[in-house]
Design a protein around this ligand. Sequence first.
Ligand code: NAP
Length: 502
Amino acid sequence: MTIAAPGSPNSGETPSPVERSPRRALRFAVIGAGMSGILSAIKLSEAGHTDFTVYEKADRVGGTWRENTYPGLACDVPSHLYSYSFALTPEWSHLFSPGPEIQAYFERVAAEHGVGDRTRFGDEVLRCDLVDGRWNLTTASGHHDVVDVVIAATGVLHHPRMPEIDGMDSFDGPAFHSARFDHSVVLDGKRVGVIGTGSTAVQITGALVERVAHLSLFQRTAQWVMPVANPAYTDDERSGFRAHPERLAEVHDQLSQAFSVFARAVVDADSPELEMIEEACRANLETVRDPELRERLRPDHRAACKRLVISPDFYEAIQHPRAELVTDGIERIEPGGIRTADGRLHELDVLIYATGFHADAFMRPMEVTGRDGVTLAEVWRERPSAYLSISIPGFPNLFMLNGPNGPVGNFSLIEVAELQLAYIFRLLDRITADGHREICARREALERFEDERLEAARRTVWVTGCRSWYLDDRGVPAVWPWSFERFREVMAEPALSDYELS
Ligand code: NAP
């Protein structure tokens, strides 16, 4: 595999500080060896920042794709887009390739770039303290490190959210969260309950319904489902990509353009793009043959208000003779199954909680203390925030990839992280080249950004009347409320007046 040099047509970046030799050597810590951490390690090396360690609490790379192993796992961003721009591959099996293939991709790219050799596995960073302008890290094993710059590549959806339901501990059979899937449990021929109807539950339902004796899907809120086919790439198509690798960049860019359309739809509730998505979802629902089931599956909110579920086969799966949609509320969990509000006991052998994640944790529970002894816990007491989702006032030289209120959801988070990292490198240029030690967003810049974000959020589909993990405690979507084009523009060059240099 050839790695495109930054700034080359295939790199997806404009020329960056990467090509200049830094005047002051910096030591870095990258926290997390998931998609963003692998990216950081590769790009730091390329930039000549060779003094760094990646810290990973688990025993291998992969992040989300290491932790989620449930049956049916896939990424609903097309694989040729959900790839590093510098490590495009002709080998993807499907338009939306399965989870294990994505995990293998990250492991391969990390191995090819020696990321594992730079990673301290099985050692969680517990504390980061700013002492005399440098970050002092303490890990679970008691290891200490002192670095100039921290890149928190800690992911978004990685703290499983378990519901609070009476009697949860009393269930007789195996029960686990979707992100802690217990593969030692036999599911074939069993009565399986799945709680939740988000992207995860929909994928699990499709994968399990043929294998189990009975699948009960417990729906609290119906979801709109956008049907997108998932064709396999043929051998000829893969050979074509191998023979003409330049086509991979074309496909990546075309898909990126197509996704920008989707991004425009969700940030403008009145857009024609959103109307098209709504129509596609409504037409999909009409394929449900039983009118009574169809009505129970009909959401009472607009499509894409909650994170849109993309599935070519969910409605077929839920109409399977062995599947049952349960819409009566869950009253309690009993040794033999789930008792719903109508008094019925749904007898189960296995229970799967597809109940989502604590989406506002980010790098927490790590304890971070910045300038003047102020802690991240204090600054984020109400809710997490960061200027452009990257930099927190009072926490110099600490940068986040895919941090709070940034582009999430149906964007490719790889593209987001690549743009953010190139932006961070431009900031770092100021402290390597200009003789400064610290760079950090100004408080006023964060306040202005938050005001503008809240104002723009009013026009988005996310506030049109639904409950979702996008919404913060005030009901404000904790996401980027503008187009992806705007995100690219903002990331292209930092507005240095928004930063404090010292
Ligand atoms: P989710 O979207 O947060 O869905 C959680 C589900 O659990 C919801 O249906 C929720 O119901 C239900 N639930 C939670 N507590 C409950 C309770 N006490 N009783 C009954 N139901 C309860 O979580 P997710 O499906 O794991 O997906 C999270 C995100 O991960 C997605 O939005 C997406 O961004 C990402 N993801 C992506 C893919 C992909 O293909 N790229 C696949 C999986 C996940 P309510 O709707 O009523 O709250």
